[in-house]
Ligand binder design. Structure first.
Ligand code: PHE
Length: 343
């Protein structure tokens, strides 16, 4: 009987055939089960002899079924592995995760620094009209500054017959904020800006952050303190000297460009140091021009303020030692890795 049963198990070539062999031997009506039942009617001496034999048979049959089952499962998996091109059940090797781009990283840092100073983040459209981008900022149609901005214009005009363009700076967000939000105002406005310009330090698309404070009794002192606090927090050192240089912007009066002092460390320009070896320009700023405040429907006798505008890409280059602005927008992982921005 043992030979017959083991033969049937070995011959089973489907899970169904194997199950039939199991039921035939070990099931309620199975041949092995029937033998086990005979033990009860045996004389004790006979049972002592037959008991271990029948138990041994039961064990041999059940082991054989287990082994056959495992072999079948293996064969089935081998067959699937050979025929399926993608095995969704296997874990992925070498998964790469994304990372934060330096520009986004700096934007996040700026939002955090200015949040601590009570500034909210404001946004505006990248497709602007010439009123928000120029006219309301005291840059009339004939103003030479319009030519200086290398503006990308659209062919169409908007409903109010205003020329549409890609904003050349984030300053139109000043206007949009003053028109919609009653003072006091404390905002920064980071975002994309566009000028038709391209070399190692200029790309047609770049990033700026605008700052705007409008309140009663705002002075140049507030501007200077805010910029100093921001620059020290951003470059993470206290020994930073700023130089405010008189300049000209149509929308601020007085206007100044702000330079940050650098010291030479092993021949490398490093931001900071109480006694600077030289200066690097980082932003434009000034007291908001009364005409701009009035253009937004506010009384310039009651409300004053300051504004500044700063290149974010340039801030990133200075902090992380990058030297070619164009590489920011190439999406080359090797470049990002080199500066520690991708795994
Ligand atoms: N909008 C100016 C620029 O793009 C920068 C600026 C902003 C200057 C706000 C003064 C005040 O050059």
């Amino acid at each position: 009987l043992q030979g017959d049963l083991l033969g049937a198990i070995a011959a089973a070539d489907t899970p169904e055939a194997l199950e039939a062999a199991r039921v035939g031997a070990l099931g309620k009506q199975g041949s092995v089960t029937a033998l086990l039942k005979t033990l009860g009617g045996m004389a004790p001496e006979e049972r002592q002899v037959q008991g271990p034999r029948i138990q041994g048979l039961r064990e041999a049959v059940s082991n054989a079924i287990g082994e056959r089952k495992a072999a079948m499962d293996r064969a089935l998996l081998d067959q699937r592995l050979a025929s399926e091109t993608i095995d969704m059940s296997l874990p992925i090797a070498g998964l790469q995760s994304g990372s934060v781009h330096p520009v986004s990283q700096v934007m996040d840092e700026l939002a955090e620094i200015f949040a601590d100073l009570g500034f909210a983040v404001a946004t505006g459209p990248e497709i602007e009209d010439d009123w928000h981008n120029f006219t309301a900022l005291n840059i009339p149609e004939t103003h030479p500054a319009r030519a200086m901005h290398d503006t990308f214009y659209f062919d169409r005009v908007d409903g109010e017959n205003r020329k549409m363009l890609l904003r050349t700076h984030t300053s139109p967000v000043q206007i949009r904020t003053m028109v919609t939000t009653p003072p006091p105002i404390r905002i920064i406005a980071p975002g994309r800006t566009y000028r038709s310009d391209s070399d190692a330090t200029h790309t047609p698309m770049f990033h700026q952050v605008e700052g705007l404070v409008i309140d009663r009794g705002i002075t140049l002192g507030h501007l200077k303190w805010t910029l100093e606090t921001f620059v020290k927090a951003y470059f993470e050192r206290d020994d930073i000297v700023l130089r405010l240089r008189p300049s000209y912007f149509p929308f601020t009066e007085p206007s100044m460009e702000v330079d940050v002092g650098y010291t030479l460390v092993k021949g490398k320009r490093t931001i900071g140091g109480a006694e600077p070896d030289g200066w690097m320009e980082i932003l434009g700023s000034g007291m908001v021009h009364p005409k701009v405040i009035a253009a937004c429907g506010l009384d310039p006798h009651e409300w004053q303020g300051f504004a500044f505008g700063c290149g974010i890409d340039r801030l990133a280059m200075l902090k992380y030692g990058m030297d070619d602005l164009r590489a920011f927008f190439d999406g080359d992982l090797r470049w990002l890795r080199h500066y520690g921005f991708a795994a």
